[in-house]
Design a protein around this ligand. Structure first.
Ligand code: SF4
Length: 393
């Protein structure tokens, strides 16, 4: 199988399931875009074009810049076929908030920097960096925009393949900078998280790339089999995948009364229900895509006694300045709410207020999320030992 270069996505596919690599690179089956992917593409396009425009203007953004960026977003989103109107509102809000915090004093090295280079070990790597900026004479920051709702933790960033790829690529492309900060900018939730790689980590990543590269090139597309995993439901190629078809056929969910299950059965059933849920959710997403394509073309989906119809909840927003100009000042506190991310930004300018605000902060917790994890044998042994110590005492 011939692969022209390693990308972070290709490596993730390889680690998840080798058949996915065959589908993507050998059979060149195009991936299926959903509205989440489409909004991501449109927001990236708008932010890139906006930043290029501001680099030429070198000023704070004015209303024409907001309009320009939103038009870029709308044009790209409609061209991509984004169907969900709620996503248009989300995209406009992300772009507006991004422009609100635009800093014209940033020293931008490049935007949407595409690279296709060879590592010192001769492995071709490819990718694109959303923004590269100079922080000082020794340091650059590589920024990747994300439109998801949940940010990765600092701990997860340490092992992130995409960031390791950026770090290695930047060390080759801009060797004059000895330090590289790797940042994910979550534009939907207005949060940035950063990481870095030590030279030892970079070295290990290079060795990892060599190994992946050799193994990927040895893949025999006639021999590779699909490996069912908990991300199959989101796989773009599941429609073509024999392993997935087999898996869906074999899922026979027995609803044994829960009270009769011991812990082993309960955990096994938990995993089975989660897999089924992922599979069904992904199936429903695909069905929604088809339904909305048909709706765009003016076709309805109906049978003798059923019809598919849609409802859409409207969201109404108000601009704070407009509201403040209408509602009497004394009543404003009853209707306005504190925007946490804007307050966090404000506190960067006024750190002296941080302590007072932390005393009045109210913390609440979401409903707990349950997950199943594997217990390593030595962890279990240690638990067993401490149990028997306690019992002996
Ligand atoms: S559906 Fe699952 S097993 Fe099939 S190619 Fe995708 S990841 Fe692999």
């Amino acid at each position: 199988m011939e692969i022209r270069g390693l990308s972070a996505t290709g490596i993730r596919d390889f680690l998840q399931c080798k058949l996915k690599v065959v589908f993507r690179y050998d059979r060149e089956i195009p991936s299926i875009k959903n509205d989440h992917a489409r909004i991501g593409i449109a927001v990236h396009e708008a932010l890139e074009q906006f930043t290029r425009r501001m680099l030429a203007k070198k000023s704070f953004p004015d209303s024409s810049d907001y309009e320009f960026a939103i038009t870029q977003f709308m044009n790209c989103a409609t061209e991509e076929g984004l169907g969900d109107m709620g996503f248009y509102a989300d995209g406009k809000q992300m772009i507006t908030e991004f422009i609100d915090r635009y800093d014209p004093s940033e020293e931008i090295v490049d935007v949407e920097h595409f690279f296709k280079i060879e590592t010192p070990d001769g492995v071709p790597i490819v990718g694109a960096m959303d923004k590269v900026r100079k922080l000082n004479d020794d340091t650059i920051e590589i920024v990747d925009y994300k439109t998801s709702r949940n940010a990765m933790t600092a701990w997860q960033l340490k092992d992130d393949i995409q960031l390791s790829m950026y770090d290695l690529a930047a060390s080759i492309i801009w060797p004059e900078y000895s330090n590289r900060v790797l940042t994910l900018d979550y534009v939907r939730i207005n949060k940035t998280v950063s990481s870095y790689r030590t030279s030892e980590q970079r070295e290990t990543f290079r060795e990892f790339l060599v190994s992946v590269w050799h193994q990927m090139n040895k893949l025999d597309e006639n021999e590779v089999r699909g490996r069912i995993n908990n991300l199959c439901g989101w796989c773009d190629y599941k429609t073509y995948c024999p392993a997935y078809a087999e898996f869906v056929k074999s899922q026979d969910l027995k609803l044994t009364p829960l009270a009769e299950m011991d812990n082993d059965e309960f955990l096994e059933h938990w995993v089975q229900v989660s897999d089924m849920k992922n599979t069904l959710e992904s199936r429903q997403r695909e069905m929604k895509m088809i339904a909305s394509e048909k709706a765009v073309q003016g076709e309805s989906i109906s049978s003798k006694d059923k019809e598919l119809y849609t409802t859409q909840a409207a969201r109404t927003n108000y601009d704070v300045d407009d509201v403040a100009g209408i509602i009497p000042e004394g009543d404003l506190l009853d209707v306005l709410a504190v925007n946490k991310s804007k307050l966090d930004r404000y506190l960067k300018e006024r750190p002296d207020l941080r302590d007072s605000l932390s005393r009045v902060a109210k913390v609440s917790y979401n409903a707990p999320v349950y997950r199943v994890k594997e217990i390593k044998n030595n962890e279990k042994d240690a638990n067993d030992r401490s149990d028997s110590d306690t019992n002996a005492a």
